[in-house]
Design a protein around this ligand. Structure first.
Ligand SMILES: [Zn+2]
Length: 404
């Protein structure tokens, strides 16, 4: 079973809706804050934290502005937070902190017993605060499991049964910054440009820094501070959407080139950030590798993570280790190819044979594409399929690969 979250951006429309919305979110915050306070008190007295069912009994009738199910759901989340913090502290993470913040508003959570779908409308009861009715713009892909209401978004968590997908081919996938995704099945390779994603991350970081700098000169909570806060949130939301869009388009390119493939993906690791420069470290850590792996996992026959150490340095033909820049050149046998293609070939070998054995070949057909929905015309072609119109031979790597 897998779960998918559907997000509907929505604000209350009428005065009654606003009242219900705010009252329930405040009531949820009151419950959370009461639990925070009680947890603090019990901990100070070295008393045992009561079980979830005990809290559910305690809550009965105390929070009329929430439905009973939502109350239990919030208690469950609080107990989970307490348990995981306790576990972390036991394992030596002394910096882990128990829930401590008293909230003004909190997300309201509903189970599928509470939230009902009727005639294309989602009905959410809130006890004494009233009932919210939300018309659904999309059909759900599976059984509704949980609903959460945040400030401007309704999140619906659906359960999707796993449909068995026959595996046709096996591919190796290397994730990077300048080349977002490099994928190969051993015969042809596809490189998806990461320039757009890199620019978006850079823009986000720059704007964030300037906003935070401007904010540091204002009084926290003042009108000007709030205005900057709003600007920051808007910019972050926008770049978040843009990154999600880019990763979807990039993974789609891979899926179009290799339908129903099992992907071996290099496991993303952040150790690289320790040994490289400041600027590169930011790019590497901001790369959206986790997101891409998740998308590949459900768009293809499955994504399997493998160890990617030395995969972009080892020559697949003779096994020699070379360090190169964007273009890889082997010192022993003279093999030349874009570095990301070498990386993906080696990841494929690690996935299939669990080792980097020499004597393999490097794919001759290297296709470079951009994460766009529609194929653009490349010089000297008359349109057609993106793969054929943008096909480039190994002898002539694109200029973008040679530039740095
Ligand atoms: Zn070699």
């Amino acid at each position: 079973m897998s779960y998918r979250t559907i997000e509907i951006h929505r604000m209350p429309r009428t005065a009654t809706e606003w009242h219900t919305f705010t009252a329930s979110r405040k009531e949820a915050a009151r419950l959370w804050s009461d639990l925070v306070e009680r947890h603090h008190r019990l901990r100070r007295l070295h008393l045992k934290w009561p079980s979830k069912s005990r809290w559910a009994r305690w809550c009965k009738g105390r929070y009329p502005g929430l439905s009973a199910q939502s109350t239990q759901q919030i208690i469950g989340e609080f107990c989970e937070a307490v348990n995981s913090t306790r576990q972390l502290r036991k394992n030596g993470h002394k910096e882990a902190r128990y829930p401590w913040k008293r909230l003004r508003y909190r997300d309201v959570v509903y189970t599928n017993q509470d939230a009902r779908l009727r005639d294309g409308k989602l009905i959410l009861p809130h006890g004494a605060s009233g009932t919210l009715r939300i018309s659904m713009p999309v059909a759900l892909p599976g059984r509704l499991m949980e609903v959460r209401i945040s400030m401007a978004a309704v999140r619906l968590i659906c359960e999707i049964p796993d449909a068995p997908r026959p595996q046709k081919i096996v591919i190796g996938v290397d994730l990077g910054v300048n080349t977002l995704i490099a994928a190969t099945d051993g015969e042809k390779a596809i490189l998806v440009s990461g320039r757009g994603a890199k620019a978006t991350v850079q823009y986000r970081n720059k704007r964030l820094a300037s906003c935070s700098h401007a904010q540091s000169a204002k009084t926290k909570g003042s009108r000007q501070w709030k205005r900057l806060q709003k600007r920051k949130a808007r910019m972050l939301a926008k770049t978040h959407c843009r990154m999600r869009d880019l990763t979807h388009k990039a993974t789609r390119k891979v899926v179009e080139a290799f339908p129903d493939a099992t992907c071996f993906v290099g496991k993303p690791f952040n150790d690289a950030a320790h040994t490289i420069g400041r600027r590169q470290a930011q790019q590497v850590s901001s790369a959206c590798n986790r997101q891409i792996i998740g998308q590949l996992d459900y768009k293809t026959a499955g994504a399997i993570e493998v160890d990617e150490h030395y995969t972009s340095q080892t020559c697949p033909v003779c096994g020699e280790r070379n360090k190169g820049r964007r273009i890889y050149r082997c010192r022993r046998c003279g093999q030349t190819a874009p570095r990301d293609v070498i990386g993906s070939v080696n990841i494929l070998a690690v996935g299939q044979h669990h080792s980097l054995i020499p004597g393999r070949s490097v794919p001759n057909a290297v296709i470079c594409v951009h994460p766009v929905k529609y194929p653009g015309l490349s010089p000297g072609s008359s349109g057609g399929h993106p793969a054929s119109s943008l096909g480039l031979s190994q002898e002539a790597p694109p200029r973008s690969l040679l530039s740095d």
